[in-house]
Design a protein around this ligand. Structure first.
Ligand SMILES: C[S@@+](CC[C@H](N)C(=O)[O-])C[C@H]1O[C@@H](n2cnc3c(N)ncnc32)[C@H](O)[C@@H]1O
Length: 378
């Protein structure tokens, strides 16, 4: 086994990578790497550069409602929802309802809470703006909440979540409220925990680890908003989970990562990370995946995912597990582009093609990576 697996690979830049990094505002080491493993890298840089290309998705919380009812309710309020490959996930074309900016979302939330049964509040209010030319207030038409402040959102009918993240949970193979014990190793703010809970129909149990106590309130808020009743939150480092001597039917490791895949949502990441950060993340991911795998029951299933493009955080982590655990086997996934079978001087297992990569310019999602790992039966 190669102990260097996961050490960041620095690829020497050239005139072209310098040109692209200046043009799009990235650190050059990122661009010279992208040019080596991302399909149509220039198309991606161009795509990411235009915020109009950003796609928005919501996942219906089936503990509270069903897709048809939510689609109708939000449709009546003027939101345009379209179907995706997952029946519980919609793409939402106008998340802030066109260009109308809501200036007083706080008071609207108070309005929602006081009028729990009034579903037509949007039609009851209008929005005005001061018109400089006439010196009068202009009527801008019906006031519309952004998709993160509708009554349906506050009641936990849906979660705003990227399609790629929803696919990760879908691949955990939890069917119709099975009575399973699930470990979510990196849980806050709870997007995937709440999704697992709805797959379990609030049965079984979820152990949700989150090491950062500052992020616990968002996790508790979402668990309670989404009516999740089967989750135990552990404010601990997931690497320490084996000390509890518990065994799980399913393990999800949505690993803390460099987040290269969400640059479209957070431009600061074009410049804010360096190779040391990549190394820190990769080292931690190797420890976490081994702990998670050790806590898996024989024949149990683990999903490893990141919102990073970096092979050091993705295929190399899976290769690290395979090299150390002969009872780990990669299983095929239904969506995405094949994982890499080599990078720089490294060759990975042939079955690494079963892991999947998602790209904004190809899949209209965040940049994302998913691997599905089965622990062989004893
Ligand atoms: C990618 S985010 C998780 C997102 C979450 N799964 C969701 O879908 O909403 C990674 C989380 O892992 C947490 N984290 C970082 N290191 C950790 C560790 N060693 N053990 C457990 N959680 C950790 C971070 O604080 C962060 O909240």
């Amino acid at each position: 086994m190669d102990e260097n697996l996961g050490c960041p690979v620095l690829i020497t830049g050239n005139e072209h990578s310098r040109f692209l990094s200046e043009r799009y505002g990235y650190k050059e080491w990122m661009i010279s790497r992208f040019l080596n493993f991302i399909p149509y890298p220039e198309r991606m840089l161009d795509y990411i550069n235009d915020s109009k290309n950003l796609h928005h998705y919501i996942r219906v919380n089936t503990l509270r409602t069903n897709p048809q009812v939510l689609k109708r309710r939000l449709g009546e309020k003027g939101y345009h929802l379209s179907d995706t490959v997952l029946k519980e996930v919609f793409e939402i074309k106008n998340p802030s309802y066109g260009d109308i900016k809501i200036k007083d979302a706080g008071s609207m939330i108070a309005h929602h809470n006081n009028n729990d049964n009034n579903d037509n509040y949007n039609e009851a209010t209008t929005q005005t703006d001061y018109d400089l030319q006439s010196g009068k207030d202009r009527n801008l038409g019906p006031k519309q909440a952004s998709i993160g402040s509708t009554i349906e959102y506050l009641r936990g009918y849906y979660y705003i979540q990227d399609l790629s993240s929803c696919i990760a949970v879908e691949e955990l193979e939890i069917h119709d409220g099975q009575d399973l014990v699930v470990l979510d190793m990196a849980a806050a703010p709870g997007g995937k925990t709440t999704h697992i809970a709805q797959k379990l129909n609030n049965k079984g149990a979820i152990f949700a680890c989150e090491s950062n106590s500052n992020r616990l309130s968002s996790l508790f808020f979402n668990l309670s908003r989404c009516f999740v009743h089967n989750t135990i939150v552990l404010n601990t480092r997931a690497e320490e989970i084996n000390e509890l001597e518990l065994q799980f039917d399913r393990v999800l490791l949505d690993a803390p990562c460099t987040c290269e895949g969400i640059i479209m949502k957070d431009e600061s990441r074009k410049k804010s990370r360096n190779l040391e950060d990549l190394e820190t993340c990769s080292k931690r991911q190797k420890k976490m995946i081994v702990s998670g795998f050790n806590a898996l029951k024989p024949n149990g299933l683990m999903i490893y995912c990141t919102c990073s493009f970096a092979p050091e955080e993705n295929e190399m982590i899976i290769q690290h597990l395979l090299s150390n655990h002969k009872d780990a086997k990669i299983e095929p996934l239904n969506y995405g582009m094949n994982g890499l079978t080599s990078f720089s001087k490294y060759q990975f297992a042939e079955k690494m093609v079963y892991t999947k990569r998602f790209y904004p310019h190809i899949h209209a999602t965040n940049g994302f990576f998913i691997a599905k790992i089965r622990k062989k039966p004893e």
